[in-house]
Design a binder for this molecule. Structure first.
Ligand code: HSE
Length: 437
């Protein structure tokens, strides 16, 4: 039986999960591929010994030794970050190895360079685990949804942020404590600000947009806002209005331009995405032929992400065996068919909004605020003002009808400049009706 030998760089959360899946599922993988898929070597700087279930697997410190091993067919990069991951991957491709990675930061920013290098050497690059952890969303875009023009992409793509918001909502637990738990559970990035500030979600959105629309989407074109300004009081108000706050990635395909944004949003509580809890991800596409499709599953964690990495190894093994390398282009569209992206400016995007404005509680303040909103053509749907406390500062909470980001930004600046405004305004978009169906 043909043997496919795998070298694994990085033995952290996902690396050890991948090794575990490979070993536990070895017989099943053999029955599915007709090949013996063997983990030959692990390279990791900090690991001194491998666990017992990996008896027979070599452990080295130097990734170059693994990349240079002529017996290894597939190099799996699971160290994350840009360097040295990029160099390892390019070196592996240069050595004629197929590559599998979970590295969304790298694929979203250096995918073009990596895919071009792989095309020259006729090797494959698998990156299923880069988006949605264990959810096979990359494969779905490449193959299952191939017959569609994708109209919208919308989803919860960061398990850590979702876990934090979920526990803040359901248990009223503070931000810092929940973040610590998420880190211990192995969901969070090495730098958890990537999770909280929406950067990890943006990496994933760039990958999905490139594949869905056949464009060269760029990270610097995505508008990114995280969840750190959200306080328990906003979660409470959202609940009163019938919403849950979620960190969403949203992209709408307008044909000659596409929206690309990551921000917290109030989602109607009956909406499917409002009910995705904990470290789960929910990724929704609308395709012109298929209609609405929702992918749901664990978006982070050791073994679920390992499941996605091993799925790529299986694909590559089958393609090696059937002499069909690069049967499916990495971004689904043929590389020469990828187009530059044109991104809708954020100022032009309209949504209903929630504002929490800290004000000094005195006569005339509300009329000044409503005057400013009216001057910017922002129509108020409802206003709540709760009783004052010792500080004399009260939150005025306003829900508006659809208003453009440009109008909202200008109005907020004017309101914050009022003498009666006692701090920074918290502004959260409410999911627009056309995206809520
Ligand atoms: N830090 C990521 C998350 C891991 O929390 O979703 C999966 O990409």
């Amino acid at each position: 039986m043909r043997q496919i030998k795998v070298g694994l760089i990085g033995f952290g959360t996902v690396g050890s999960g991948t090794a575990k899946v490979m070993v536990e599922q070895a017989e099943r993988l053999k029955r599915k591929t007709g090949a013996d898929i063997i983990l030959k070597t692990v390279a990791d700087l900090r690991t001194e010994t491998l666990p017992d279930h990996l008896a027979g697997v070599a452990l080295v410190k130097d990734a170059a030794a693994l990349i240079g091993d002529p017996e290894i067919d597939v190099v799996v990069e699971l160290i994350g970050g840009i360097e040295p991951a990029r160099t390892f991957i390019l070196d592996a491709i240069g050595a004629g190895k197929h590559v599998v990675t979970a590295n969304k930061a790298l694929i979203s920013q250096h995918g073009k360079e990596i895919f071009e290098a792989a095309a020259v050497r006729n090797v494959e690059v698998g990156f299923e685990a880069s988006v949605g952890g264990g959810i096979p969303v990359i494969k779905a875009l490449k193959e299952g949804l191939a017959a569609n023009r994708i109209n919208t992409i919308m989803g919860i793509m960061n398990g850590t942020a979702n876990y934090i918001l979920h526990r803040m909502t359901n248990e009223g637990v503070g931000f810092a404590e929940v973040l610590r738990d998420a880190q211990e559970l192995g969901f969070a990035e090495a730098d958890p600000t990537y999770d909280i500030d929406g950067i990890d979600t943006a990496h994933k959105l760039v990958i999905l947009m490139s594949m869905a629309y056949g464009i060269n989407a760029r990270l610097d074109e995505v508008s990114i806002e995280g969840i750190s300004a959200i306080e328990p009081i906003d979660i409470e108000f959202a609940r009163e209005f019938g919403y849950r706050i979620k960190l969403l990635a949203i992209s709408v395909n307008h044909g000659d331009h596409v929206e690309a944004r990551v921000h917290p949003a109030m989602v109607p509580e009956e909406h499917m995405l409002a009910n995705i809890s904990g470290a789960y991800n929910g990724i929704h596409f609308n395709g012109d032929m298929v209609g609405n499709v929702l992918f749901y599953g664990l978006g982070a964690g050791q073994v679920p992400t390992g499941s996605a990495v091993v799925a790529d190894i299986v694909d590559i093994s089958r393609n090696i065996l059937h002499d069909s390398i690069n049967r499916v282009p990495p971004l689904s569209y043929r590389p020469d068919e990828l187009r530059p992206s044109a991104i809708t400016p954020m100022e032009k995007i309209s949504s209903p909004h929630y504002f929490r404005i800290p004000v000094k509680d005195r006569p005339g303040v509300l009329s000044k605020i409503s005057g400013i909103l009216a001057a910017h053509d922002i129509s108020i749907e409802s206003v709540i003002q709760k009783g004052r406390d010792d500080t004399g500062v009260v939150p005025v909470v306003i829900r508006t009808y659809e208003a453009s980001d440009a109008a909202v930004g200008a109005a907020m600046a004017e309101i914050e400049a009022l003498d009666a405004c006692a701090g920074t305004i918290v502004k959260i978009r409410i999911l627009a009706n056309e995206l809520s169906e």
